[in-house]
Design a protein around this ligand. Structure first.
Ligand SMILES: [Zn+2]
Length: 232
């Protein structure tokens, strides 16, 4: 199977499409202007929309996965409490990690079209950002941002006349946990979604240096359906 440049971009192994958003964050260059427009809309209502995380490479996602699999980085349960990984078998470990972290090659953060936001106007300068759902719920510092996103983004998903953004992880099913902070830019993200191919991604995982590989491959079809394929 020969890999195309778009498959390299899909899987976080090509940076040609990126531009700097800040000194710690890169995004797809076609996202810079629409995101600046979104930030401007936010400023009009007192929000200071800040990007916590944008593009993430395959290598970075592989490191996150492997350190979680080895118990070197905390793995949280659905309530956000740390799990005792040594008590889980390999299959349980795989599904515990998948609740909060994508397999390398399958993260929407590989695309440069997706990013995590918070509101710098709502917290002190030394605030330690958690990206925890409590922060975005009623009573949390970013609840105003969340309510604003419901009106500006969730009510008009993919609408280029409005913002062009949507939130892919707002509903809690049996897959990825809700991530109210995660935004996608539809014109780019929908293109990448269409490139997702179960067999090609499975092949990439099989070829990689990933922990828990046997358990991942044994449950591949379930993993693809629950955590990778977009079902809308
Ligand atoms: Zn995210």
């Amino acid at each position: 199977m020969s890999e195309t440049k778009s498959f390299f971009q899909l899987t976080g192994r090509n940076r040609e499409h990126l531009a700097a958003w800040s000194d710690h964050c890169e995004l797809h260059r076609e996202l810079i202007a629409p995101l600046q427009a979104l930030c401007e809309r936010g400023r009009e209502v007192g929000l200071d929309i800040s990007v916590a995380s944008g593009f993430r490479s395959f290598e970075r996602q592989l490191n996150i996965w492997n350190t979680k699999a080895r118990g070197e980085r905390a793995v949280l349960d659905s309530a956000g409490q740390p799990l005792e990984m040594q008590r889980l078998d390999d299959t349980q470990k795989v599904f515990a990690i998948l609740r909060w972290s994508a397999l390398p090659g399958t993260s929407r953060h590989h695309w440069g079209s997706d990013f995590d936001i918070w509101d710098a106007a709502a917290v002190p300068a030394d605030y330690c950002l958690q990206l925890h759902t409590d922060e975005y719920c009623k009573g949390g510092p970013f609840s105003a941002l969340n309510v604003w996103l419901q009106e500006e983004v969730d009510a008009h998903p993919d609408d280029l006349v409005r913002t062009g953004f949507f939130r892919p992880y707002t509903v809690d099913g049996d897959g990825i946990a809700p991530e109210p902070w995660h935004l996608s830019y539809a014109p780019l993200a929908r293109r990448f979604e269409a490139l997702c191919d179960s067999a090609a991604l499975k092949h990439l995982i099989a070829d990689s240096d990933i922990e828990l590989k046997a358990a991942v491959l044994a449950h591949w079809d379930t993993i693809y359906t629950r955590f990778i394929a977009i079902t809308e």
